[in-house]
Ligand binder design. Structure first.
Ligand SMILES: [Zn+2]
Length: 232
C-alpha cells in the first residue's frame, strides 16, 4: 500500500523533522477490529500499523494524526501536533454518526433517571448494552461506537449500583478526554469532582466493592474506557 506509506512518512517528518525513521512500515486494514480501532506493532525492523477498515475513507490529515499518536506510543515519545488534535476531535465527535441500536430496556430506564437527576437530560442516549464478553471490567464507554457496556455480573444487582456505573460512563461521554502530548487523560480532576457528586457516593463505592468481592474473587478492574490504540 504505497499511499498509506506516504502518509506514514509524512506523519514521521512532521513529528521529527530532523530524524530518520529506522523502520520499514507496513499497513493492514482489517474488518476484525471494532470500528475505528487501530494498533501498531514493532516486528523486527518493521512497524506494522493495523487499522480498522473504516479508516480507509477518513480524511488524510486525520489519518496522519492517528498514525502520529500510534508512533508516539510505540517509540515512547511525547509531542503535540495539529494532526493529533484533529484526530482526537474526530474521535470525540464519532458519537454523532455512530449507529444506534435498540437499547436494553432495564439500562435505558436507569439511564433516563440518571440523565434527568444529574445532567438535566443533556446526554444524548448512547447504545446501552450488557457486555457479555468482559469479566475484567464493570462497565465501559466506547467512543468509537457511542456504547456503554455494563458487565452481566450486575444484571440482578441493586439499581443503585447499576446507576452508579452508568453515571461514571455517562461522565466519560460528557467530558470526553484531554490529550496531553499524545497521552489521553480520561479521569481528570474535573471528572473525579463530578463523580463525587453522585448521591451517597462513598457508601455506594463500599457496596460496589463488597458486591464485586462476592461475585468475583479475582482482582477486577473497576471501570474501563475502550479506546485502545494498541494491544499488548
Ligand atoms: Zn472511567
Amino acid at each position: 500500500m504505497k499511499f498509506m506509506n506516504e502518509l506514514i512518512e509524512q506523519a514521521f517528518i512532521r513529528l521529527f523533522p530532523n530524524e530518520k525513521l529506522n523502520y520499514n512500515v507496513k499497513t493492514t486494514f482489517s474488518k476484525k477490529f471494532s470500528p475505528y480501532n487501530a494498533n501498531v506493532k514493532k516486528i523486527g525492523s518493521n512497524l506494522v500499523f493495523n487499522l480498522s477498515h473504516e479508516w480507509k475513507t477518513v480524511n488524510e490529515e486525520i489519518r496522519i494524526g492517528l498514525i502520529q499518536e500510534l508512533m508516539l506510543k510505540i517509540l515512547r515519545k511525547k509531542a503535540k501536533t495539529t494532526n493529533i488534535d484533529l484526530y482526537n476531535n474526530f474521535i470525540k465527535n464519532l458519537h454523532l454518526s455512530a449507529q444506534k441500536t435498540q437499547p436494553d430496556e432495564q439500562l435505558s430506564e436507569i439511564f433516563n433517571k440518571i440523565n434527568s437527576k444529574y445532567f438535566h437530560n443533556s446526554i444524548e442516549r448512547p447504545n446501552l448494552k450488557w457486555n457479555l464478553n468482559s469479566r475484567r471490567r464493570l462497565a465501559t464507554y466506547d467512543y468509537h461506537t457511542d456504547t456503554i457496556n455494563v458487565s452481566t455480573l450486575f444484571k440482578n444487582a441493586d439499581e443503585e449500583l447499576i446507576a452508579y456505573l452508568l453515571y461514571h460512563e455517562m461522565l466519560h461521554k460528557k467530558l470526553k478526554f484531554n490529550n496531553n502530548s499524545g497521552r489521553a487523560i480520561h479521569h481528570s480532576k474535573q471528572f473525579r469532582e463530578l463523580e463525587n457528586m453522585f448521591e451517597n457516593q462513598k457508601q455506594i463505592e463500599k457496596r460496589l466493592n463488597s458486591f464485586i468481592r462476592k461475585k468475583e474473587p479475582l482482582p477486577i478492574q473497576k471501570f474501563g474506557i475502550i479506546r485502545k490504540l494498541f494491544k499488548h
